[in-house]
Every structure is written in C-alpha cells, then in structure tokens.
Design a protein around this ligand. Structure first.
Ligand code: APR
Length: 232
C-alpha cells in the first residue's frame, strides 16, 4: 500500500467523457449548447419547468445507455482492494462509478437517477421522465424535480467531504476543470492540511498550481496506471 493510508479522489465530467457523456466546458460541451441560466438554476425551474425537465429527462435517458470505462473500472478495483480510508467524491450525476463496482462514492452534485420531491423532501430512485409531473411515490404530490444541485444551491454532504479531507494523506483530482467551487477549492484545502496532491486530467486545470504532480492524458489511460502504482 506504499506510503499512503487515506485517499480522497475528486472526479469530474472528464472521467465519464470516454463513456460518451458530454463534459460541460470542453468544445461542444453542454454549456456551449445550453445556457446555464435556462436549465441549471432554481430560477430557471420556476420560469420554465418544462425546458428544465426536457433537459434532464434527455440526460437521464442518455446515461442509462452508457457504460463505465477503464478509469471507472480501475477506481472500483482500488475501492475494493484499498484497506485504508478512501472516498470518491464525484461531481458527476451519472452512476458509472457504482456500475463499475465502486462503493465508497459520494455524489456532491446529486444524481440523475433520483427524483426529489419538494413537498415531502424525500428522494426516490427514478429512471423515466418527470416532464409529465408524475406523483411522488411517497406523498403523491406532483412536485418532483431532478435531484441535481443547481448553480446557487448548496452541494450535498459537505461535512463528510471536509472530514475526509482532514484525514487524507493523498488527494487525487481526475477529469475536472477546477472551474466550479466548492469542489475547485478542495485541492488547496487538502494541500494546506498536509496531503500530497495529484492531478490526472487531459489538460492542466484551473487549479493546477496547487498540485504537487500533474499527469496529463485520457482518464482511461492515466487512471489505471496510477491505480496499479498505488496498489503495488
Ligand atoms: N480524460 C481526462 N480528462 C478529461 C477527458 C478525458 N477523456 N476529457 C475531458 N477531460 C477534462 C477536461 O480537460 C476538463 O478539464 O475534464 C475536465 C472537464 O471539465 P468540465 O467540463 O468543466 O466539467 P467538471 O469540472 O466536472 O464541471 C464541474 O460544473 O457544470 C457544473 O455541476 C457541473 O459538476 C459540474 C461542475
């Protein structure tokens, strides 16, 4: 297990790019084709709920057609074999980490395959559409929304994330541009808390200067190599 014991891994859209899921800010990415203000804010949902539902219904259907790639598989193997603490904090709302077999996964921006009822505040597994306003499986109210954290909303389980960062001796960031806080600030927090920091990304991210080491390349190539090293 080498010199590390407790690992926090932050993943972003880049880890799912090779599974055919669009990233947000790359050329042709989601935010080039959709205005954030139209589909990813609470105000947008009040203004035009059909437009928002159509956007997430389409993405919810699309991710169910995709398969994990070698980066997801390697992280699932690390999760299965790592005897120290390990937490995969993902900004992604797809379920590819879990479908690859990873268990210690925390979705800080929510999940496509869940619906959140704004009447009873419960979340339910959801695989179909919401645009027709189906009743909540628990309270029957027709007030389900995508269980995705929109801009201006608080990410989930921040207390658990900071607790893991405090005990981490290795922080690894995979496939994220470092454009969105609070996730983009984790590397600096981890480094200031004494952890070693490693970036695995196609190109340098906005927070690159905070990493002790950056390895550039497609996740499906650089992640399995790194996992083999850390398990050696
Ligand atoms: N392998 C590794 N990295 C890749 C690959 C790949 N195959 N393809 C793209 N990348 C990198 C890009 O270089 C970029 O740095 O992944 C990053 C993707 O960045 P973004 O599209 O900005 O996605 P992400 O960082 O996950 O966005 C953060 O912003 O829109 C919100 O809530 C949304 O969770 C999302 C958050």
């Amino acid at each position: 297990m080498g010199k590390y014991r407790n690992i926090v891994i932050l993943t972003g859209a880049g880890v799912s790019a090779e599974s055919g899921i669009d990233t947000f800010r790359s050329a042709g990415g989601l935010w080039e084709n959709h205005r954030v203000e139209d589909v990813a804010t609470p105000q947008a949902f009040v203004r035009d709920p059909d437009l928002v539902h159509r956007f997430y219904d389409m993405r919810r259907a699309a991710i169910q057609e995709k398969l994990p790639n070698p980066a997801h598989d390697a992280l699932a193997e690390l999760d299965a074999r790592w005897t120290g603490d390990l937490l995969i904090v993902t900004q992604n709302v797809d379920d590819l980490h879990e479908r690859a077999g990873a268990r210690r996964v925390l979705h800080m921006h929510g999940e496509h395959l869940k619906a959140w009822c704004t009447s009873c505040d419960l979340r339910s597994p959801w695989r179909t559409t919401l645009i027709e306003r189906p009743p909540c499986p628990v309270c029957q109210a027709r007030t389900l929304r995508p269980d995705v954290v929109w801009f201006g909303e608080m990410p989930y389980r921040m207390g658990e994330i900071y607790a893991a960062l405090r005990s981490a001796d290795l922080f690894v960031s995979i496939g994220t541009s470092g454009a969105v806080y609070p996730a983009a600030g984790f590397v600096r927090d981890a480094r200031e808390l004494g952890a070693q920091t490693l970036e695995l990304n196609l190109e340098r991210s906005q927070g690159s200067r905070w990493f002790h080491e950056s390895r550039l390349g497609p996740a499906s190539e650089v992640v399995p190599v790194w996992v083999e090293e850390v398990l050696a």
